[in-house]
Design a protein around this ligand. Structure first.
Ligand SMILES: [Zn+2]
Ligand SMILES: [Zn+2]
Length: 121
């Protein structure tokens, strides 16, 4: 049992715009699709050398939809998007790290119901 055998065992929509991936290590991955699109690993969206994100949040439609998921070998997925983008190859290891569940991202604001302390001026 080594880390490179990590792979999805099941995939489903958890809610509208949030994709769930069950991993072979038993983890329940949570992936808001817009987050996946914003962190597209292709050269047009992410700088290959620095890993810096070139894509700005404004570049991605708010209601971006995942239109297709195509397996690439045994190591990842190619995701197709409603904005026509389809060059991102998401390796499983990378995808696993992108998980947005509360365990993986304890500091992320996963509950937007809490009133944000924001100045009104
Ligand atoms: Zn891309
Ligand atoms: Zn997670």
């Amino acid at each position: 049992m080594s880390a490179d055998t990590l792979h999805p065992t099941d995939m489903k929509w958890l809610e509208k715009g949030v994709f769930g991936i069950e991993w072979s290590d038993g983890h329940h991955g949570v992936y808001p699709v817009r987050h996946l699109r914003l962190h597209c690993p292709c050269a047009a969206c992410t700088d290959e050398w620095t890993g810096e994100r070139k894509l700005q949040p404004d570049d991605v439609p708010l209601l971006i939809m995942l239109t297709d998921i195509e397996p690439v070998g045994h190591y990842g997925f190619r995701l197709r998007w409603s904005d026509g983008h389809d060059t991102g190859l998401y390796a499983f290891t990378k995808l696993r790290r992108m998980c947005q569940c509360e365990v993986c991202q304890p500091n992320r604001e996963t509950t937007p119901k809490k009133p944000a302390s924001r100045r009104l001026l």
